[in-house]
Ligand binder design. Sequence first.
Ligand SMILES: Cc1cc2nc3c(=O)[nH]c(=O)nc-3n(C[C@H](O)[C@H](O)[C@H](O)COP(=O)(O)O)c2cc1C
Length: 290
Amino acid sequence: MNINKIGIYYFSGTGNTKLMAELFCKQFKINKINTDLIPIEDIIRKKRPVNIDKYDLIGFGYPVHAFSAPQIFFDFIYYLPKETKKKTFTFKTSGDPLFHGGATSLIRKKLKKKGYLVFHENLIVMPANIAIKYNDRLIKQLYNVAQRKIKKKVGEIINEKENLQKNNIILRVFTYLFNSMESLGAKYFGKYLKTSEFCTLCGLCIEECPTNNISKVKGKIFFGKNCAFCMRCVYRCPKNAISNRFLNFFIIKEGYNIQNIIDNPSIKADFITNKTRGYFKHFYTYFISD
Ligand SMILES: Cc1cc2nc3c(=O)[nH]c(=O)nc-3n(C[C@H](O)[C@H](O)[C@H](O)COP(=O)(O)O)c2cc1C
């Protein structure tokens, strides 16, 4: 395959998948391959056509939501134009090396139906953006490991090495079940979002919501039923004024801005070592794996 131009389509709620898309882009560019990054919400929200013809290779990136992918990503696949055997790679970011689920094979199948042939799939672990605050040293370490892994993966993709993840039947059933729960959860999470008295009606949440789910009604912020459960509005609010009536335990109290941590030179990336025991031991296995 002669690769002159690559298009990477991605969804990212809180920036992790975007950061990874940028790392892929950087590595492709180092290998002198022109690469475009396209957030899928721009296409879905503005109902723009997807112009895929100019690309020799397509990449798709998404965050893991409840062992699967967010609904917005499935909607995007539905929206894609039909192709004939377009070479494709995928990557997903998850908050844990063990609980990433089985969306890869599901997405591979859905893409195949549309004429996109996935030959390379990647899992990149990033800090969870829900419920649990990761240690800053682990956040930085995950980013550094991602950089190293993506450099290698890009070499494989350029050389057309096949790398498909195996998702057994149990994982696929789990993914299916949890994904339906996530869709329901998203509806309720969105419905029960609220703003506090600190809200200045600046409108950033309205502007940033990937599904146009937030609006201003009679001088108040209104959250609709089409929430993507991506957490973006909650963490981006400059006044920290968005919370959830009943499902507040999903929101990390300290907020979520990993860029500050990655950019902070005084934070060391040394949380996990070969001596790590207990829950985080399996992160080390992920670090040293291919
Ligand atoms: C609603 C929701 C469900 C999630 N479910 C999972 C999960 O099942 N397994 C997992 O490892 N991480 C899970 N995560 C964590 C994200 O996959 C992870 O933090 C990801 O890198 C976020 O990417 P983003 O910043 O591009 O949105 C979930 C996050 C959200 C918001």
